[in-house]
Design a protein around this ligand. Structure first.
Ligand SMILES: O=P(O)(O)OC[C@H]1O[C@H](O)[C@H](O)[C@@H](O)[C@@H]1O
Length: 517
């Protein structure tokens, strides 16, 4: 480690207490020169994106999440209003919930929120809640799956305060996501079982006219907030998707937006050496050979940032994980992201990072402030915060000594403003990196394949249900009757057996197992 290379490779924005240290990334001196045409193109793409000129060919929609924190950039008055009006409305709405002007139909203020959403409609709000929601006015709970047992656990937890005091926030951009629809129907059933009118406790955040929007109107939801078509799910944390729950928690959403806007100011500058997102994109390119050859391990040394890797996983992997490049050539791009937090991970998988397969680069996130308030001495003169800093610096050094690359992002503390900075930093990095490797970061064609196959499986499951009899049959026999894949039929039958709908007699192999009512 050299003091000189630290000084030379640091991008810092002292006015925000932010710095990005790339000194341990070993970026080859010639790389930037060889990438220059691509870097120039990335800046041109960025300008086109911010000007509303990037339209996803398969979906026909503009990409414009940058406008959310800078409405003045929006390409026309209509888009500008679609940012400013919901922002004012959601603030007013949160205020009404806090003052009790919007309250539980059974009387009294709402005291907690159940957020139902998945993917970008949950990960952003979860990140914000964990990072800066410690003193939230209303506690947030989540349904982010179609797991009935998981939902039962959450409902039981909510019932301590009471479902009547729980505001339900159903969030889905498309308004048609199965897991979210299921979660909403399960919640509705729980409210009805408690003798409560679900609609009078519910709020929707969704695209105007979507299935959810129509359902919310029909069920007389308390409020509906629009989510604009030009915001993608994984970049929606600063739209109504993230801001409605944040405002309900009483968080400083203006500071969150201001942090993102401040990072945008820095990362809009076309001097690559001073642009933290461009430097990060170049570092990703250098570490992964521009082909995702290494994974990104995200290690924030701060408990409140524990969900940052989970959040980045969607942002990076759904954006960059693409089969084809922009010219239609197969490239199978992407960067795998995982992580948790330091120093906890030191006692779990850092052993492999240091000594095992060298298939990653680490992203350390350093938060300089330990806590607000005084600290005890755990050793003479030493605090727990000293240890946290020591472990970060120590692990970074140990990885470097064994030839592992890492970069370090430092921020002063985890505030709404700093969280906004981090979110915007990575959004722009993903955008730049996509330009460097010539892919579209703003569509997700691969996600549909699994959804379609799941739909087909559920159709088969329902057909199987209709062919179970009081006499025993094998999966193969039922598969022949309904013209389906016997392996699928077998898994339908074991599912029905585990859920008490059929009885199973185990044979020598799955093909010999038989099932009856
Ligand atoms: O907000 P929704 O429309 O319900 O979508 C939720 C998620 O579902 C999809 O599978 C997409 O790949 C994600 O990008 C999206 O965030």
């Amino acid at each position: 480690m050299s003091w000189q290379s630290y000084n030379q490779s640091l991008v810092r924005y002292p006015q925000h207490g932010f710095s990005l240290d790339l000194s341990l990334m070993d970026i080859a001196p010639g790389l930037v020169a060889s990438l220059q045409p691509k870097i120039d193109k990335a800046f041109t793409d960025m300008a086109a994106l911010e000007a509303g000129q990037i339209v996803n060919p398969d979906e026909g929609r503009m990409v414009g999440h940058y406008w959310l924190r800078n409405a003045a950039l929006a390409p026309n008055e209509e888009v500008r209003r679609s940012i400013t009006e919901p922002l004012e409305n959601l603030k007013r709405f949160a205020e009404k919930v806090h003052t009790g002007a919007v309250s539980s139909p059974t009387g009294g203020n709402f005291q907690q929120v159940l957020l139902i959403g998945i993917g970008g409609s949950a990960l952003g709000p979860q990140l914000v809640t964990e990072a800066i929601g410690q003193n939230a006015r209303l506690a947030l709970h989540f349904f982010d799956n179609t797991d009935p047992a998981g939902m039962d656990t959450v409902i039981a937890r909510l019932s301590h305060t009471g479902l009547d005091k729980t505001l339900v926030l159903v969030i889905s951009k498309s308004g048609g996501t199965a897991e979210t629809r299921n979660g909403m129907l399960e919640a509705k059933a729980a409210y009805e079982a408690a003798g409560l009118d679900f609609g009078r406790h519910a709020v929707a955040v969704t695209g105007t006219g979507s299935k959810l929007d129509q359902y919310a109107a029909q069920q007389n939801f308390i409020a509906r907030f629009p989510m604009e078509d030009w915001v993608g799910g994984r970049t929606s944390v600063l739209s109504t998707v993230g801001l409605v729950p944040a405002a309900l928690q009483g968080l400083d959403i203006d500071a969150l937006l201001a942090g993102a806007a401040a990072m945008d100011v820095e990362t809009r500058k076309t001097e690559a050496a001073k642009n933290a997102s461009m430097q990060l994109a170049i570092a990703w390119y250098s570490a992964t050979n521009g082909k995702g050859e290494k994974d990104m391990v995200v290690l924030p040394y701060k408990d409140s940032l524990v969900l940052f890797s989970k959040y980045l996983q969607q942002l990076v992997m759904e954006s960059l994980g693409k089969e084809l490049d922009l010219d239609g050539n197969p490239v199978n791009q992407g960067i795998a992201v995982y992580g948790n937090k330091g120093s906890t991970d030191q006692h779990a998988y850092v052993q492999q990072l240091r000594d095992g397969v060298n298939n990653f680069f680490a992203t350390f996130i350093e938060v300089r402030k330990g806590r607000s308030g005084n600290s005890i001495e755990v050793d003479p003169g030493t605090t727990t915060a000293d240890y946290l800093q020591g472990f970060l610096r120590g692990t970074r050094k140990a990885l470097h000594e064994s030839g592992r690359k890492s970069l370090t992002i430092s921020i002063p503390e985890v505030t709404p403003f700093q969280l906004g900075l981090l979110i915007a930093l990575f959004e722009r990095t993903v955008s730049f990196y996509a330009s460097l490797v010539n892919i579209n970061a703003y569509h997700q064609p691969g996600v549909e394949a699994g959804k379609k196959a799941a739909g087909a499986f559920i159709d088969t499951l329902n057909k199987v249900r209709g062919h179970i009899t009081s006499w025993a049959k094998t999966a193969g026999e039922i598969a022949t009757e309904i013209d389906a894949d016997p392996e699928d039929v077998y898994h339908c039958l074991t599912h029905l057996s585990a859920n008490g709908e059929v009885q199973i007699s185990i044979g020598a192999t799955p093909a010999d197992d038989s099932f009856q009512i």
